[in-house]
Every structure is written in structure tokens, then in C-alpha cells.
Design a protein around this ligand. Structure first.
Ligand SMILES: Cc1cc2nc3c(=O)[nH]c(=O)nc-3n(C[C@H](O)[C@H](O)[C@H](O)COP(=O)(O)O)c2cc1C
Length: 310
């Protein structure tokens, strides 16, 4: 079984990934948040820096891109090639209307002909192996059944499916029944993604999808970073170890943020976002996060967070 870290913009970047590597185990493949172009045609700086090899010394990552046309695709593709990567993942899942209205992200999912045209144009010039991360459709999860036969015509490395449609954003449940149908309709290696939040939930899903052996985890990587290890060992981590390691993880992320940007304000705001997630799994999380939110300095934030091991 392989566990994949989902790309989460502003969360699972190299600060998170390198800190994870110091404190936890269990992730087999790391996916970086998507690269995208600015309006002037340059590549957005944050994700561009995130995938630099010097920022990713410990393991292989799979870079991701989001684009709506062939020219855009190849600007991003060529940058990824220039850094020495061999594979790219194409984001066909971002569900927000500002993105989908421009045919970006999930915006392609209700346009099977356009998807076919893009892939036909891209493949002859492609230097990287290509995988896709997608939702099941824009309005309906069944839209994916029109897309999989098209994707079967191209030599993709994999398809990672977040088992929701874009209209749902993050509401409602994942459509596991439709995912089962996808298994029969695709020739590609499939990974499951969506709402794996704890060991028990994972084990239920695994029983429902016994032929799947690649699982991608997103938001729970921030609320419970020990989950990968718990899934791999099949055992919950005891509370005091959980808390000690969470604190060590937080410190490692903070140090990494300060190295890249000594401005304490940057690290403080990043740490507040992480702790919003970390607090979800702590019994005193609600009260703790109320204090953390108001912290005016990293020292103050650390005074609050250290209380979790008292
Ligand atoms: C804050 C945030 C940022 C995300 N950024 C990306 C991204 O850069 N690329 C991508 O393919 N998906 C992105 N996603 C979607 C996740 O990768 C994942 O598909 C989704 O959260 C469902 O998995 P989960 O239920 O395990 O969280 C993002 C999700 C969130 C909540």
C-alpha cells in the first residue's frame, strides 16, 4: 500500500514536507501544490521556489501544474524539465468558480472534446511523464464516465480521483460507488482521494475498495500528521507521543519558515494556519486555538502551543 501526500496550497509545501520527514514516517510520495502563471506570463513565485531541488533534499516530489491551454502548459512543463524532474501531475480538480470559469482546474471536466484535443496536442511535445489529479465532474460525479475512455487513449502514469464533483466544493460526501465504477472503466493506475480523516475511516474505505492500493490524504495531513504512520502500522499513536511529536513538527516547520523568510510576521501567520488544523484533533483544541489566533509574536504562540505537553 502506498500513501500519497496531497498538494495543499500554502500547507503541504517544502516547509511542511521537510519537517514531516524529520518527525514522522508513512508518506510514500509527496505531491507539490500547483504551479500556475501570473497574468504577465511569469510563473507564480511561491510554487516556483517550492519545487527547487535545493528545497527538497530528502525525497522525490511530483510537481503539479494548472493551466488552460497548450502554451501555458509548456511554459510550466519546460520549467519543471529544467529542474530535472521526470514527471508532472496535471490539476483537473480545483473547484472554485474563479478557476473553473477560465477552463482551469475542474473547468475541463464537463468538456470531454476539449480534454481530448488538449491531450492530443500535448503528447507529441511532452518530455515529462504525465499523471492527472481530478474530481469526478463539474456538476455530477457521473461526468467522469465520459472522461475515462478519453484518458484510456493516452499513456498516463496514473489518475488520482478526488471522489466529489466541483459543485460540491468540500461539502457532502465522497461518491465511493462512482469510484467503484471508475475502477472498471479505466486502464490506468487509480489512486483514491477524499475524506480519509482517521484510521477507522481509512480501514472502512479499504474494505470497500479492496483493489486500490494508493491513497492520497489532504486536509488530515494538517489536522493529524501522524495519520500516515497510523495507517501504515494499523495502530493509533498514544496521546503523549502524539503531542510531543506534533510540537516537534510545529517547531521544525517554524524553523524552516524562518530560514526562508526571517520576517517573524510571515512565520507567525503560517504557524497560526497550521495550528488551526492541529487543534482540530486536540481535546482542548477550541480554547487553545482561540489563544493562538491572538498571539502577537512567535514566542507568544510557542508559549501557548507548548501547553499541549504539560
Ligand atoms: C487549502 C487547500 C489547498 C489545496 N491545494 C491543492 C493544490 O494545490 N492542488 C490540488 O490538486 N489540490 C489541492 N487541494 C485539494 C486536495 O489536494 C485534496 O484533493 C482535497 O483536499 C481532498 O482530499 P482530503 O479530503 O484528503 O482533504 C487543496 C485543498 C485545500 C483544502
Amino acid at each position: 500500500m502506498e500513501l500519497l501526500l496531497a498538494p495543499l496550497q500554502t500547507y503541504t509545501d517544502h516547509h511542511y514536507r521537510n519537517a514531516f520527514h524529520q518527525v514522522y514516517t508513512g508518506i510514500d510520495q509527496y505531491y507539490a501544490p500547483y504551479l500556475r502563471l501570473n497574468n504577465d506570463g511569469s510563473i507564480k513565485e511561491g510554487p516556483k521556489v517550492d519545487i527547487l531541488p535545493k528545497n527538497n533534499p530528502y525525497f522525490n516530489i511530483t510537481p503539479q501544474l494548472m493551466c488552460c491551454g497548450i502554451d501555458e502548459f509548456f511554459i510550466l512543463h519546460d520549467y519543471i524539465v529544467s529542474l530535472g524532474y521526470e514527471e508532472v501531475n496535471w490539476n483537473m480538480g480545483c473547484p472554485y468558480p474563479m478557476v473553473t470559469n477560465r477552463n482551469l482546474g475542474a473547468g475541463i471536466l464537463n468538456k470531454p472534446d476539449e480534454l481530448h484535443r488538449l491531450l492530443e496536442a500535448i503528447y507529441p511535445r511532452l518530455k515529462l511523464k504525465l499523471g492527472i489529479k481530478m474530481r469526478m465532474g463539474m456538476e455530477e460525479t457521473s461526468e467522469i464516465l465520459d472522461l475515462l475512455p478519453i484518458l484510456n487513449q493516452f499513456p498516463l502514469t496514473e489518475i488520482i480521483i478526488h471522489a466529489r464533483n466541483a459543485k460540491q466544493l468540500y461539502t457532502g460526501g465522497c461518491d465511493v460507488e462512482m469510484f467503484k465504477q471508475c475502477i472498471n472503466e479505466t486502464d490506468h493506475r487509480l489512486s483514491y482521494n477524499g475524506d480519509i480523516n482517521n484510521l477507522e475511516g481509512f480501514e472502512e474505505l479499504r474494505d470497500q475498495l479492496p483493489t486500490i492500493n494508493r491513497w492520497m490524504i489532504g486536509r488530515a495531513a494538517v489536522s493529524n500528521p501522524a495519520l500516515f504512520e497510523e495507517i501504515k502500522t494499523g495502530q493509533l499513536i498514544d496521546t503523549s507521543t502524539y503531542r510531543e511529536r506534533l510540537l516537534a513538527f510545529s517547531k521544525a516547520i517554524e524553523s524552516s519558515c524562518l530560514v526562508s523568510n526571517p520576517d517573524q510576521g510571515f512565520a507567525l501567520s503560517r504557524m497560526k494556519s497550521y495550528w488551526e488544523g492541529f487543534c482540530e484533533e486536540l481535546s482542548e483544541g477550541k480554547q487553545l486555538f482561540r489563544k493562538i489566533k491572538k498571539a502577537k509574536s512567535l514566542n507568544e504562540l510557542n508559549d501557548f502551543t507548548e501547553s499541549i505537553v504539560d
